[in-house]
Write a protein that binds this ligand. Structure first.
Ligand code: FE2
Length: 306
């Protein structure tokens, strides 16, 4: 295992204590921990899931939706996708559970990370009922290879991808490996991946799309780079073999939160997890210089989004 190029460029697990009336300010600093590439860990999931709803979730099999990695709830449309031929009654129940999880995650962030309150877009929530160990997928869709997240269909223009996970498996942990954070990986590989040139296509298209009110459809040079970077890491067998690896096991009933555009991660095993994604405004960062877009702009020497 290669050493990290810098001691700060590895992730740590930071346990978040339950809210206490006697120490209401104890959660200060959580934004800084996240933005430093650390993982917030809650040993006991504060989201209350009834025994009946848990049993219902554990009984779900995703047989008819093979090409979807996940069952997803889209808050903006109040719609569930990826359920295949699930009976309507079951789909409605699943939607109401995911909606409740999504709303809980938003409340949790509002209460615990004041710096971000109201400065996000609540993206999709997902349910992951498939065992990750040995799951078949094309190379760039594999979860068990270390990567940082980038969304092909939802460009962020430098906003951050924050994800809130919960392991609802009653018996088995969910096992992750993390490697260096984006800062270290970008220093090592950005030039190899090809740093975007100033004024390249995305900007022109971005302006046009913005004028038409469809900013979310346009990919900035930053987004294009992050997608290439995601694939580059998964396709790089030398990196996958020799990169530093820290293994984490998130036990049954635990919750964890991190910036997955920064914490390089691979899911080795685990089944039955809930997840909610937030796109946090890049302007809400307490450590803006640690944002992937700022790191890349430093390397490139020019702006990568409007
Ligand atoms: Fe990921």
């Amino acid at each position: 295992m290669a050493p990290a190029s810098h001691p700060e460029w590895v992730s740590r697990m930071v346990e978040v204590p339950p809210v206490s009336v006697t120490a209401p300010r104890q959660h200060e600093g959580l934004a800084r921990e996240l933005e430093s590439g650390n993982i917030l860990f809650l040993p006991r999931m504060p989201f209350s899931l009834s025994d009946e709803d848990r049993a219902f979730l554990l009984a779900q099999k995703q047989t008819d939706a093979g090409y979807h990695k996940n069952i997803a709830y889209r808050p903006a449309e109040d719609r569930l996708t990826g359920t295949g031929k699930m009976p309507a009654r079951d789909a409605a129940r699943l939607k109401s559970i995911l909606k409740a999880y999504s709303e809980w995650a938003a409340r949790f962030l509002t209460e615990r990370i004041a710096e971000y309150a109201g400065r996000w877009v609540r993206d999709f929530a997902s349910y992951r009922p498939i065992e990750e160990k040995g799951r078949e997928a094309r190379l760039t869709a594999r979860n068990d290879l270390a990567h940082v997240d980038a969304f092909p269909t939802r460009p962020t223009h430098g906003d951050r991808i924050l994800r809130v996970f919960a392991n609802i498996n009653p018996a088995k942990g969910r096992v992750w490996v993390t490697s260096e954070t984006f800062e270290g990986l970008a220093e090592r590989f950005a030039r190899q991946v090809g740093i975007p040139k100033a004024g390249s296509g995305g900007k022109v298209f971005g302006k046009m799309a913005k004028a038409l009110g469809i900013r979310q459809w346009s990919r900035s040079p930053y987004d294009a780079f992050m997608l290439r970077f995601h694939d580059f890491l998964k396709e790089n067998s030398e990196f996958q073999r020799n990169c530093i690896k820290q293994q984490w096991e998130f036990p049954p009933g635990s919750c964890w939160i991190c910036y997955t555009d920064m914490v390089s991660h691979a899911v080795l095993s685990g089944q039955f997890a809930l997840e909610q994604t937030f796109l946090i405004s890049r302007h809400a960062m307490t450590l803006p210089e640690k944002s992937p877009i700022r790191i890349l702009e430093r390397i490139c020497g020019h702006a990568l989004s409007n």
